[in-house]
Design a protein around this ligand. Structure first.
Ligand code: COA
Length: 244
């Protein structure tokens, strides 16, 4: 068990870590402090052999995360400067380098960087009240949390472009049809479903789990030949963790 973060809660039980975005009064909007807190906790998870799988969820009834903290972001002297401050720590690269599986348990508003955080996870379980959207272009910016790369890999180029360029928000059932979420469950059951899934994954050999994740998540960006070589190396037990 580790805690002491301003914007997140961190718990660990039976090899399952749970990271809760914890600013419910601001719909868990992603702030610079949240970036720093997530950075610390993901580093800790990555180095912790006791953690076999992690769940990311949002506190409160209304949102997983309503995107970048607009009060903080849009009041900065310039949007570019605000982005540069955020890029001082590459949280998204760190997210994508975590060797253990990450499950996003999603409900309510899943907007902008909220959708991007979910896309950095490996499996997404959505409550039926989840609503997904990418409001960035409508605000005169573009996604900067990996979303222009991670989301098309999940739902394809044209659906991503439609969501981003028109700012159309989609409900959970459409997100399921798009392949954005793995499962839609009844309202409020998303965390329980994610926990059951996490316990199942945690019951398997943790090294095999990490190698399976690495083969798929790294292989998808390779040619088939290179991907097959990666699979061969991993089959022989040679993991090459990405350094961040
Ligand atoms: N950044 C900072 N604060 C946010 C926020 C954000 N992205 N989204 C919501 N909040 C705050 C609101 O300011 C409000 O705070 P207040 O009570 O101190 O005024 C609180 O969270 C509740 O939000 P509210 O707007 O009252 O809830 P709602 O149910 O009427 O509307 C949304 C919900 C998600 C439709 C609306 O909050 C919204 O459009 N948020 C911005 C979404 C967005 O554009 N995100 C940026 C993506 S790049």
């Amino acid at each position: 068990m580790a805690n002491g973060f301003e914007t997140i809660l961190y718990e660990k039980k039976e090899h399952v870590a749970c990271v809760t975005l914890n600013r419910p009064q601001a719909l868990n909007a992603y702030s610079v402090q949240m970036r720093d807190d997530l950075y610390e906790v993901l580093r800790a998870i990555k180095d912790d052999d006791e953690v076999r799988v992690a769940i990311v969820k949002g506190a409160g009834d209304k949102a997983f995360c309503a995107g970048a903290d607009l009060k903080e972001f849009l009041t900065a002297p310039s949007a570019i400067e605000a982005r540069q401050i955020r890029f001082r720590r590459d949280l998204w690269k760190l997210f994508l380098s975590v060797p253990q599986p990450l499950i996003a348990a999603i409900h309510g508003y899943v907007l902008g960087s909220g959708m991007e955080i979910a896309a950095c996870c490996d499996i997404r379980i959505a409550s039926e009240d989840a609503v997904f959207g990418l409001p960035e272009v409508g605000l005169g910016i573009i996604p900067g949390a990996g979303g222009t790369q991670t989301i098309p890999r999940l739902i394809g180029v044209s659906r991503s472009l439609e969501m981003l360029l028109t700012n159309r928000w989609i409900p959970a059932d459409e997100a399921y049809q798009f392949g954005l979420v793995n499962q839609v469950v009844s309202k409020g059951k998303h965390v329980k479903t994610a926990e059951e899934m996490a316990l199942k994954i945690a019951s398997f050999n943790p090294d095999a789990v990490k190698r399976a994740k690495e083969a798929i998540t790294r292989g998808i960006d390779m040619s088939l030949q290179d991907g097959l070589e990666l699979e061969k190396r991993l089959t022989l037990g040679r993991r090459q963790p990405r350094i961040v």
